[in-house]
Design a protein around this ligand. Structure first.
Ligand code: AHR
Length: 496
């Protein structure tokens, strides 16, 4: 197999926004408790935060973290999670049928955010609560004068206002599973009024309205249109969520998941443009892809507890990822970069233990999933401007998406280098890739992540048998760069 990509530094898509490399921490399973927070762990810091997890979050290059949900937020009373620990109520979490101790709340999250050097993206509850509670939380977090709520925060030990800029107006409000699920009309009005009230406190906030929970929702498209009708001038983003998994052993379709993401993102962008045109607005609303990942939702052991069983921080959604999953995560990142003109914020869902790149053993070690590697490569090396990347590739037939390019790739350039991120979707054949870059290439280094067994998975006792390695086939030939990409592989080609 052979394929070519052609780029030119004058043909650009958009600058790479650091917000594309966000993640998500929800009060779900062991994401918070025994994930980022475990006071009993011998190596936790003075606030009970796992230092190994903080180090990994930094190493992964995470920019923003969405918190506290997710479905959880739609039943959350933020007041439960602030103030003296002994007075915090224990509550039922209706979203995941668990018990929430409220030991970890807003101030713990903000302290963790500061220690992990991430920007918070706070979600307000618009499922079971409303405008006033959202404004109260905003005032509690960001209030700089002496109001009751700002002083309450000070009395809880946080003297300085947090200055949180990014706020999500609820979560997946079109989903019948959501506590306080709404119609587009109901949600659109509530989101618009909440946005206006929050902006009355601080006009510089960046607000995210809920889009559809996924592109398979029966109201997908109409939901975005109706919600934006109400909110267009008052929000900066509309959310999009998308998860993928291999169905019935169909690896070919699974490896092509980015084709679906491309189509989804382009549909949402088209709907935004339709509303903008109809409103004759100058303003641009962007996409916040604030939940995306591989997630094996159909697995039986993914079931949430039932009946009288309301456990505290049980194991939930602890998917263990293969190399093939990591290759798909890499191609989803390529799709995100390719659409960096319309996606300006994205969050890998989630960060620790729950469908996550970082895993922890309670009281024990932290280990890295296969999906850690492509994410880290992109967050560290996608700097500068995304280039229009012309792909000429053989195709293969998939059950889900028809004929699909075997190669998926995108190129990013800055003053010191051009970096190509590339996936070979072939299951059996290596690919000879030729890169024809418009810029003068002085040298080339390539890194490849692949395994003879694409279903190899990392685990607590071994997360290092399969690691990204130098791809020694990378070379300059005339004006081109050539690299051989193994089957089912994730690749990074750096050209200073
Ligand atoms: O990320 C897991 C769940 O997926 C989130 O709580 C919800 O928003 C989505 O359906």
């Amino acid at each position: 197999l052979s394929a070519t990509i052609t780029t030119h530094h004058d043909f650009r898509v958009a600058p790479v926004d650091r917000k594309l490399f966000g993640a998500f921490v929800e009060h779900l399973g062991r994401c918070v408790y025994t994930g980022i927070y475990e006071p009993e762990h011998p190596e936790s810091d003075d606030r009970g935060f796992r230092k190994d997890v903080i180090d990994a979050v930094r190493d992964l290059g995470i920019s923003t973290v969405r918190y506290p949900g997710g479905n959880f937020v739609s039943g959350y009373r933020w007041e439960d999670g602030v103030g003296p620990l002994e007075r915090r109520p224990v509550r039922l979490d209706l979203a995941w049928h668990t018990t929430e101790t409220n030991e970890f709340g807003t101030n713990e999250f903000m302290e963790w955010a500061s220690r992990a050097s991430i920007e918070p993206m706070m979600a307000v509850n618009l499922g079971t609560r409303g405008i006033m509670e959202a404004v109260d939380l905003l005032e509690y977090c960001n209030g700089g004068t002496h109001t009751a709520l700002a002083d309450l925060r000070r009395s809880h030990g946080a003297e300085k206002p947090y200055g949180i800029t990014m706020w999500c107006l609820g979560n997946e409000m079109d989903g019948p599973w959501q506590t306080g699920h709404k119609t587009a009309q109901e949600y659109g009005r509530l989101a618009a009024e909440t946005a206006r009230a929050m902006r009355a406190v601080d006009p510089t906030l960046q607000l995210v309205a809920c889009g559809s929970s996924n592109s398979g929702m029966p109201t997908f498209g109409r939901w975005e249109y109706e919600v934006l009708q109400e909110t267009y001038e008052d929000v900066d983003f509309i959310s999009a969520h998308s998860y993928y998994q291999e169905h019935d052993g169909d690896l070919g379709s699974f490896l092509a998941s980015a084709v679906d993401l491309d189509g989804f993102v382009e549909s949402v962008a088209a709907t935004i443009e339709a509303v903008r045109a109809q409103k004759r607005s100058q303003k641009r609303v962007y996409i916040s892809l604030d939940e995306w990942n591989v997630w094996y939702q159909s697995r039986q052991d993914e079931q949430v507890p039932q009946g009288d069983d309301w456990p505290v921080a049980p194991k939930l959604l602890e998917d263990n990822y293969s190399v093939a999953d990591a290759v798909v995560v890499g191609s989803l990142l390529i799709s995100i970069l390719r659409h960096s003109d319309v996606i300006k914020s994205a969050s890998l869902a989630q960060l620790v233990n729950v469908i996550a790149p970082i895993m922890t053993e309670p009281g024990g070690k932290m280990w890295k999933q296969t999906t850690y590697h492509p994410f880290q490569h992109v967050s560290q090396m996608a700097r500068g401007e995304v280039l229009q990347t012309l792909i000429s590739s053989p195709t293969y037939e998939t059950n889900r998406y028809g004929d699909v390019d075997v190669l998926d790739a995108v190129s990013v350039a800055n003053d010191s280098e051009e970096v190509v991120f590339a996936v070979n979707r072939s299951q059996h054949e290596q690919m000879e890739l030729t890169v024809r870059s418009g810029h003068k290439v002085r040298s080339v280094q390539a890194t490849t992540y692949a395994s003879a067994d694409p279903y190899w998975k990392a685990g607590p006792s071994d997360d290092a048998s399969v690691l990204p390695v130098v791809n020694a086939t990378a070379r300059i030939e005339g004006k081109c760069v050539k690299v051989t990409l193994p089957p089912v592989s994730w690749n990074v080609i750096r050209m200073p």
